[in-house]
Write a protein that binds this ligand. Structure first.
Ligand code: XIL
Length: 450
């Protein structure tokens, strides 16, 4: 299993100022040769995804709906701000296996392709769930259902092998309220071991994916449901059931609220030896304070790998009546957006561990290099690890033409660079062809140790 943990060292942002002066100088000298737009150098921390990536290689993601990928207002924000994507409905059981044994991946594949071609990581959601089951599955029970569920997990995880970083293997298996019991469902009635059976099937189908349990109302550390999920994860870790992570949906909508002990919940799960993810965040009326608190809580816990909001604009939300997201219906940034970006850029005021955990993460700082009329250089310095893998994306039509001081692999359109350390130090570089776009600047998508 690929494990990438995080540290939260701050990037040496002030360095941009000196480099900016050098770049302005270089551009000034070249200006006589032709019209050159002044490059916007320090773009690394001006978007949610880029800033999260600088905070120990975290992500900032969003749920995406396939039928909105041809809405340019939507994709403009998606491509600019986010470095992680979760298909909102397209990987659910009713979408991927509408008829028993007949799999359908078109919409999910479209989202995966959109994301991965831009260096965004994908969270698969979800392999086993009581809800959004196709009719044929709803009517099954017993060992027939158990076999059909396991076959579904195997087929879907195999189809997306190598493309999905994290899977929500099982979603929402616990009951609300004070019982601390499993939720009653057709899957639960196949036997209490259905959850671990699903995790084992997913692990066999995609051994490199990170396997998560995902649920809502497990945010308040004092809730019976939180405690019950905690005990299940503890039990799985003790018995060697392959679980890597817990997803807290964190829908602070529909009557649920951000709890003041949220950070305790995140760190308590993390202490079991799993990563934690905030997987479906939305907050009624999007108060800046609550969004800031959630962000700072994640940054304070080294194993909190990232935050996914459940949609881009309020109009995209499943609870649009509560206007719970970071962009309004016109795609404008709301105050909560500024609160989140500022919290990310400031690092964590609550105190990050300064030493990355064993096999831990890394951070990057990006420096603008020489600019020519048709191309420009960028260098990236990695700290926190000597063996590292950094993913950097440029915005098409820009494309990466040359790289140095690392072992490079490029996506087919030369927009996503995966650079691995090759013993030549912790700074690597690359040249980007502008191809008509002189203002966009590269964004670091992730930094992984090892
Ligand atoms: C929601 C989607 O946002 C809606 O479009 C769909 O109609 C219902 O499901 N918990 C989950 C998500 O794990 O899959 C749900 O998504 C929201 C609650």
């Amino acid at each position: 299993m690929i494990r990438s943990s995080t540290d939260g060292a701050r990037g040496p942002r002030p360095r941009y100022r000196t480099r900016l002066a050098l770049v302005i100088g270089a551009v000034g000298m070249l200006a006589t040769a032709g019209a050159i737009a002044l490059p916007n150098t320090a773009s690394a921390a001006s978007t949610l995804g880029a800033s999260a990536a600088e905070r120990g290689g975290r992500y900032f993601g969003t749920a995406v709906a396939a039928n909105k990928l041809n809405d340019s207002a939507y994709t403009t924000i998606l491509n600019r701000e986010f470095n992680q994507v979760t298909p909102e409905n397209e990987m659910k059981i009713d979408a991927t296996e509408p008829q028993r044994g007949q799999f359908s991946y078109g919409n999910a594949d479209r989202i995966v392709q959109h994301a991965r071609s831009r260096g965004m990581q994908v969270r698969g959601h979800t392999l086993a769930w009581h809800s959004q089951q196709p009719g044929w599955m709803q009517s099954l029970s017993g060992s027939t259902l158990r076999q059909a569920m396991l076959n579904h997990v195997t087929q879907v995880a195999t189809h997306f092998r190598g493309q999905v970083t994290w899977w929500d293997v099982v979603n929402e298996a616990y009951a609300d309220g004070s019982s601390g019991a499993r939720r009653d469902s057709n899957l639960q009635r196949t036997g209490n071991d259905w959850i671990e059976a699903a995790f084992r099937a997913a692990d066999a189908a995609d051994p490199n994916a990170q396997l998560c349990y995902n649920d809502y109302n497990i945010d308040n550390w004092n809730d019976a449901k939180t405690q019950a999920v905690y005990r299940m994860v503890q039990d799985f870790k003790q018995r060697g059931v392959p679980i890597d992570c817990v997803g807290l949906q964190s829908h602070f909508t529909g009557g649920s609220n951000y709890p003041s002990n949220y950070r305790t919940t995140l760190s308590s799960f993390a202490a079991l030896g799993v990563d934690v993810h905030i997987t479906e965040l939305d907050i009624r009326n999007a108060p800046a304070d609550a969004y800031r608190n959630v962000t700072n809580d994640c940054l304070a816990v080294a194993r909190c790998k990232g935050i996914t909001v459940w949609g881009i604009r309020d109009s995209d939300s499943w609870r649009s009546g509560e206007s719970p997201l970071l962009f309004n219906g016109s795609g404008q940034k709301k105050p909560a957006y500024d609160a989140v970006l500022t919290a990310l850029n400031n690092g964590n005021p609550g105190g990050n561990p300064t030493t990355p955990p064993p096999g831990g993460g890394c951070t990057t700082s990006t420096t603008a290099g020489t600019v020519w009329g048709d191309r420009y250089n960028t260098s990236v310095t990695v700290s926190g690890a000597s063996n590292w893998t950094v993913v950097v994306a440029v915005t098409a039509p820009q494309s990466i033409s040359t790289t140095w001081s690392g072992s490079a692999s490029l996506s087919s359109n030369n927009t996503v660079l995966t650079m691995r350390s090759n013993g030549s130090g912790n700074t690597f570089g690359f040249t980007t062809m502008m191809n008509g776009n002189s203002s966009a600047r590269p964004q670091v998508r992730s930094c992984t140790a090892g």
